[in-house]
Structures are given as structure tokens and as C-alpha cells.
Design a protein around this ligand. Structure first.
Ligand SMILES: Cc1cc2nc3c(=O)[nH]c(=O)nc-3n(C[C@H](O)[C@H](O)[C@H](O)COP(=O)(O)OP(=O)(O)OC[C@H]3O[C@@H](n4cnc5c(N)ncnc54)[C@H](O)[C@@H]3O)c2cc1C
Length: 380
């Protein structure tokens, strides 16, 4: 399926991404997990190879790829080796599109070339300590005062939280207007009154610098409003399907990688005089996983093609996100079980994949919220 899905230009691209990942990331990732962050230099190296922000048009220093199969390859090659530290997907597949689609000419010229080169790292702050799924209930506010806005509030769980130089902050500009009172702002590193917490201690993804942000009377120039005031919720709804598709792509790849190592383990490990994969129970587990992963792969590939045609609906993206991430949870658990005690040892790939995977059903919208979107789309 995957072989027919990609063309020669994708295979060449994958080859160079794989070489880059194996040379620049794999040997260092366990150290970065101890450091709790990946070095800024990695971003610049990735940028110099043209691996950041693939969608950015040439006019702003990018390569302007509109075929999501390239983005997919970037995601897959990182997930394949368990490189959960570099937040390239949030930067390139989630943050950059907001600028591309809603940014003013000045904003695009100012930020996009540096995002492509890795000199400006992007992040997005929607979630607050008291609200995540219910985005319309956010409290962080921006109040106009002359030629700037004053930002007050708090955000949490920000991916690329410490490294980012540019943060898209989701705020209320009109607290009475519900989701129609939501706007997006571009906030630069160093603004007075903008503080970050130390890195949050997570269950997994230890090389990813997730943190909180605090805003106290932060003066944001009016020209840093992204798009129209009050249109933020609409922009988020437009862009979230791509974010969810990216999660689904990673989920299927993580399943495939976990199954590969588990199949090998089940061939090598013996018990009661035979390879453990030869026991019917285990053989059936392996067969079930292979079947479900293949089904997930076909659906995700289909969604990528729909997205390329501009036809990926919010409901279909939600289906891909919840189903593949729940599959990932089951697959990781079964693969870990098949590894016996070794599955619980962090030096084993499956143990790290297991803990890194757990968040997949939570961020970018939980499984329950995905089902809400699908159910509402069915008229309920
Ligand atoms: C590692 C990590 C990285 C993240 N990165 C980012 C980031 O870069 N930027 C960002 O803005 N956010 C980020 N998030 C936040 C993430 O998107 C939220 O955690 C997620 O949307 C859920 O919100 P919440 O944590 O507030 O849970 P809540 O909304 O409080 O939900 C708690 C539980 O209630 C359930 N629930 C809520 N509403 C309903 C409903 N209507 N029906 C049924 N069940 C419901 C949820 O499904 C969940 O099980 C990240 C989170 C993590 C853990």
C-alpha cells in the first residue's frame, strides 16, 4: 500500500530525511531526554537541509510543498526511531500554516523565512490550566489600548514551550462573545511580562520542552494580531484537521515500528522450547495487530490524499485521529506484553514507545472530543 502511495520524489526525500535523522538525531536523543530539551543547533541544521516548514511558499524562503506526503515522511521518519523530542511538526505543520493562511504580508516576511531556517522556533498556546477541550471557555484576554493590546492570563502544556521564539497565543478579545470573541496573537520571546515555567515533568516525551506561559500586562503591538479580531476560533477549526492528521500519521507509523521490533523479538525469544511467536495466542495477537495496523494505514493514506485535494473534513480528520491513536495504545500494550519483563526496561524501544504513545489520545483533541465532532456531524 505504502509503496504504491509514494512516488520517486517522495522516496528520494525519505532517503535524505532518514540519513539526516540517523546522523543528527538518533545518536543524541537519549542525552536530550536527560537534558529535557533538544539543542537549538539541531533546528538550524534541519533548516539548512530544507526540512522545516515544507509548506512555506518560495516567496518567504520555503519550498512551497503542497503535497502533504512530504510532511508525512518527515513525521514518519522521526516516529520510526522514537525521536519524540524535536517539535518540528508543531513548528512546521501546525504553527507555520496559521501564518501562511492568515498572516499579513509583513508578518509573513518577518517570521516565515526564519522559521524555515530554524532561527525562529514556533509554538501555539491554546490550552489553559482550567480549560483544554472547551476552547471557547479560555480566560486569557487581550484588551486594546491605543496601538497595542494588553495580554493577561496563563497557558499550559505548550509544546516547544521553552525553545520557541514565536508563540501564537489564543485569547479572548471579547469575553461576552463566546467563540466569536476569540483572536490569535503573535508573541515574541522577551516581551515584558511574558514568563515561562520550567519544563513540565511528563510521563514520556522527555526530550520535548513542554511548559507553561504566564502573561501579565504584556504589551503586544496591534500589528501582531493574526488575521481578523474575533476570527480566531474559525481559524483554529480550519487548521485543526491538519494537526489531527499529523497525529494519525504518527500513530500508524509508531504501530508499524512497534510491530516490527516485536515480530523480531517473538522470533528470537524462546520459551518452552520454541519461539514465543509460535504459541497460537501470540501468533493471533500478532496477526490481529498486523490486520488493524494495515487498516489504519490504508485509512490514513486515504486521508492524506483527501487533504491534498482540500477535501479532508473535520469529521474525517477526527475519525483518523481517534481511531489510530486508540489503536496505538492497544498495539503498544500488546507489544510490550509480548516482550515480557524486557518490555518494561527503558533501554528497550518498546518501553519508550509505550510511554511516548500515551499522550496521543489526549493532545490535538481527546478521543472523546473527536467522537463529539463526528457525532455532531451526524446531526446529533
Ligand atoms: C504533551 C502534551 C503536549 C501538548 N501540547 C499542546 C500545545 O502545544 N498547545 C496547546 O495549546 N495545548 C497542548 N496540549 C494540551 C492538550 O491539547 C489538552 O491537554 C487536551 O486538549 C485536553 O484538554 P485538557 O487537558 O484540559 O482536558 P479536559 O478538557 O479537562 O478533559 C478532561 C477529560 O474530560 C473529557 N471531556 C472533556 N469534555 C468532554 C465532553 N464534552 N464529552 C466527553 N468527555 C469530555 C476529555 O476527553 C478528557 O478525558 C498538550 C498536552 C500534552 C499532554
Amino acid at each position: 500500500m505504502t509503496d504504491r502511495f509514494f512516488e520517486d520524489e517522495h522516496r528520494m526525500f525519505r532517503d535524505s530525511v532518514r540519513k539526516f535523522v540517523e546522523r543528527e538525531i538518533v545518536p543524541h536523543h537519549s542525552q536530550w531526554e536527560k537534558d529535557g530539551v533538544v539543542p537549538r543547533e539541531l533546528w538550524r541544521t534541519a533548516g539548512s537541509h530544507g526540512f522545516l516548514c515544507l509548506q512555506v511558499p518560495e516567496a518567504y524562503g520555503g519550498v512551497g510543498l503542497e503535497d502533504f506526503r512530504f510532511n508525512m515522511i518527515m513525521i514518519e521518519e522521526l516516529v520510526r526511531v522514537g525521536a519524540s523530542g524535536p517539535g518540528f511538526t508543531v513548528h512546521g505543520d501546525i504553527v507555520a500554516p496559521y501564518l501562511i493562511h492568515y498572516g499579513s504580508e509583513e508578518q509573513k516576511k518577518k517570521y516565515l523565512p526564519k522559521m524555515v531556517s530554524g532561527d525562529c522556533i514556533g509554538a501555539i498556546a491554546m490550552t489553559e490550566p482550567n480549560t483544554g477541550s472547551d476552547l471557547a471557555a479560555i480566560k486569557t484576554s487581550a484588551v486594546r489600548s491605543g496601538n497595542h493590546y494588553l495580554l493577561n492570563g496563563q497557558k499550559t502544556f505548550i509544546t516547544n514551550g521553552l525553545l520557541n521564539d514565536l508563540l501564537i497565543v489564543v485569547v479572548k478579545t471579547d469575553p461576552q462573545a463566546g467563540h466569536e470573541g476569540i483572536s490569535l496573537f503573535l508573541l515574541e520571546r522577551g516581551a515584558e511580562g511574558y514568563e515561562r515555567s520550567p519544563k513540565l515533568e511528563k510521563l514520556g516525551m522527555h526530550a520535548q520542552d513542554t511548559c507553561e506561559a504566564f502573561f501579565k500586562d504584556v504589551k503586544v503591538p496591534a500589528e501582531n494580531l493574526l488575521g481578523q479580531e474575533g476570527a480566531g476560533f474559525f481559524y483554529l477549526m480550519q487548521q485543526l484537521p491538519q494537526e489531527r492528521l499529523a497525529v494519525a500519521v504518527g500513530a500508524v507509523m509508531a504501530c508499524e515500528a512497534a510491530l516490527d521490533v516485536t515480530v523480531q523479538y517473538c522470533k528470537d525469544r524462546t520459551a518452552f522450547g520454541r519461539p514465543i511467536g509460535k504459541f497460537q495466542h501470540n501468533r493471533f495477537k500478532l496477526a490481529e495487530m498486523k490486520t488493524e495496523i494495515e487498516i489504519g494505514r490504508v485509512f490514513v493514506n486515504h486521508c492524506v490524499l483527501l487533504h491534498n485535494e482540500g477535501e479532508l473534513s473535520a469529521e474525517t480528520a477526527a475519525m483518523a485521529k481517534w481511531w489510530t491513536s486508540e489503536l496505538q495504545k492497544r498495539v503498544m500494550d500488546t507489544c510490550l506484553q509480548l516482550h515480557g519483563g524486557y518490555g518494561y526496561m527503558k533501554e528497550y524501544f518498546i518501553a519508550r514507545s509505550f510511554i511516548d504513545s500515551r499522550v496521543q489520545t489526549i493532545y490535538a483533541g481527546t478521543t472523546e472530543i473527536m467522537k463529539e465532532i463526528i457525532g455532531r456531524g451526524m446531526g446529533f
